[in-house]
Design a protein around this ligand. Structure first.
Ligand code: C5P
Length: 235
């Protein structure tokens, strides 16, 4: 059995969060968001090494920050790209030869429970080529046209909101990235690229604390969850 790597795209600007520091470097409970994410990945014990893709201008700052941390896995930093797929592709380049399972985890999902990380790795090792965590939709989802008129309402029962970490065999993830055209801008996750190759993507139960910190209200929720964990002695 080979090793398991986690790639952490953390190079987004986080504009929906408001102006300021790149999102993944913003602090939650005094710790940069991407450090929370790396901690969750390494605490799962299912991940052997982590590669974080950060804004090119932040590589030195992040490298210096990482030196001060104690992780139970190797953690390295690469310069990310202009789009999320580009950031993931840049992290993929540095993958050691003995890695056979790869997770991709958004730095913007800092509170993912380590148990969810382990469950994704286990499902890939059990034979699924691509695995994503998903949760039931709370809202009804509608499709609209350019005039904002509703064109359809898919049945909520068949919809899932997809989170990360997403797990793949190395071969499948590399093939998906190799097949991607540089000018494709609609790609929001790695599983979507894998689906287009005709590979079945398996959904396992996600977790409400694996939500993506996107808007200012998400920062309030994340701080509240961290306070609850601290009170329970979990951090
Ligand atoms: O923009 P979105 O919220 O979908 O970003 C998801 C993740 O992808 C975030 O962790 C973000 O830092 C990362 N990302 C990246 N490189 C980009 C854009 C987004 O690593 N150019």
């Amino acid at each position: 059995m080979g090793r398991t790597a986690a790639l952490v795209p953390a190079a987004g600007r986080g504009e929906r969060l408001g102006p300021g520091t790149p999102k993944a470097l913003r602090q939650l409970a005094g710790v940069p968001m991407f450090v929370h994410a790396v901690n969750a990945l390494t605490e799962s014990r299912a991940v052997d090494l982590v590669i974080v893709a950060v804004p090119p201008a932040s590589v030195d700052e992040v490298s210096a920050l990482l030196v001060q941390q104690q992780f139970s896995a190797d953690v390295s930093v690469v310069a990310g790209g202009d789009t999320r797929p580009e950031s993931v592709a840049r992290a993929l380049i540095g993958l050691p030869a003995d890695v056979d399972v790869v997770l991709v985890h958004d730095a913007a999902r800092p509170l993912v429970p380590p148990e969810l990380v382990s469950a994704v790795v286990a499902a890939v090792r059990q034979g699924h080529l691509a695995v994503v965590p998903g949760v039931a939709m709370v809202d009804t989802v509608k499709e609209v046209d350019a005039q904002s008129d509703v064109t359809s309402t898919p049945s909520r029962a068949t919809l899932r909101a997809i989170q990360t970490p997403q797990g793949f065999t190395r071969e499948v993830l590399q093939a998906a990235h190799a097949a991607l055209d540089a000018d494709e801008t609609e790609i929001t996750d790695d599983a979507g690229m894998v689906e287009r190759m005709g590979v079945v993507v398996h959904v396992i139960p996600g977790h409400e604390e694996a939500f993506k910190v996107t808007r200012p209200i998400d920062l309030i929720l994340a701080e509240a969850i961290l306070a609850k964990r601290r009170a329970a002695g979990a951090v």
